[in-house]
Design a protein around this ligand. Structure first.
Ligand code: SF4
Length: 277
């Protein structure tokens, strides 16, 4: 199998949402785009540029993303290490995006897979989903590989991936953006969803897909796949450290002046917040 090289974005100008100058673009969209850019810059100023991601082949990214949802990052890394060690899931060439053989994982008993990924949240649910997904990919394509996806447009890849058990918009976005496919899509996990809603980019109770659509509508057209990956990592970090589910630390948040939720809190309860943080 030929080695897969990361695809240049310019070949695929097909992000999932419209950019500025798209039909229906409004003054409000422009205002929100400026706020998104200011948010990104504030996070870069506060946290620095995220470390460069180790880019994997699409199948390894899919396995990782499926198993790691709602699981802390150290446990997620540990479970991929455990899977690689037990099922020999290592690249066949010198690059992490070379072909990786996951047939032994596909053919393992569900109970054994569950035991291997026990550190994942909902391991009992994910193990059968993972096995079924790997079996169904093999049945549909004749081989356990996703390298062929490099030939398809982003929307088609995502629709194709989302037909398999356990693969929703979050996993499909991670596969197309984080893996060697490197397409311009913002991956929205639980942290990103919460921060975006509090920032007012999407209405309350928006699903990750709805948040993604809202962000992709306003994302600047010069944001490449790597910028969107950086943005995801920065927002996720904020969600883990400041904009936590139960007690957002607005007083210590670098986005407070851009955030309607935080600004309103500071305006109404400055004394309480200052004594708390
Ligand atoms: S100001 Fe508060 S609500 Fe807004 S993003 Fe920061 S922590 Fe979250």
């Amino acid at each position: 199998m030929a080695r897969l090289q990361p695809a240049p974005n310019s070949l695929f100008g097909d992000a999932t949402g419209p950019h500025s100058e798209a039909p229906g673009w409004t003054a409000h969209d422009l205002q929100e785009q400026r706020r998104l850019v200011a948010m990104h810059q504030s996070l870069l100023n506060a946290c620095g540029t995220p470390p460069q991601r180790e880019v994997w082949d699409p199948l390894t990214q899919l396995i990782y993303s499926l198993c790691s949802s709602r699981t802390k990052t150290p446990e997620s890394h540990a479970l991929l290490r455990a899977l690689r060690e037990r099922y020999d899931g290592w690249p066949t060439g010198p690059n992490s995006w070379d072909e990786v053989g996951w047939e032994r994982l596909r053919d393992a008993p569900v109970t054994e897979i569950e035991e291997t990924i026990h550190m994942a949240t909902f391991a009992d649910r994910k193990a059968p989903q993972l096995k079924a997904t790997l079996e169904q990919i093999t049945a549909r394509t004749g081989a356990l590989s996703l390298l062929f996806l490099a030939n398809y447009r982003t929307a088609k890849i995502r629709t194709w991936l989302e037909q398999f058990p356990g693969i929703g918009s979050q996993v499909s976005a991670a596969v197309v953006n984080f893996s060697s496919l490197r397409r311009p899509v913002i991956s929205v996990d639980g942290h990103h969803q919460r921060v975006s809603v509090r920032m007012g980019f999407a209405p309350e109770r928006s699903t990750p897909r709805q948040v993604e659509d809202a962000l992709m509508r306003i994302v600047p057209s010069d944001w490449q796949a790597v910028t969107m990956d950086d943005h995801h990592q920065l927002v996720k970090l904020l969600g883990q450290t400041r904009c936590t589910p139960n007690q957002p630390a607005c007083f210590a948040c670098p986005l407070v002046e851009l955030c309607p939720t935080g600004s309103s809190k500071i305006r109404h309860y400055p004394a309480v917040l200052q004594s708390k943080y």
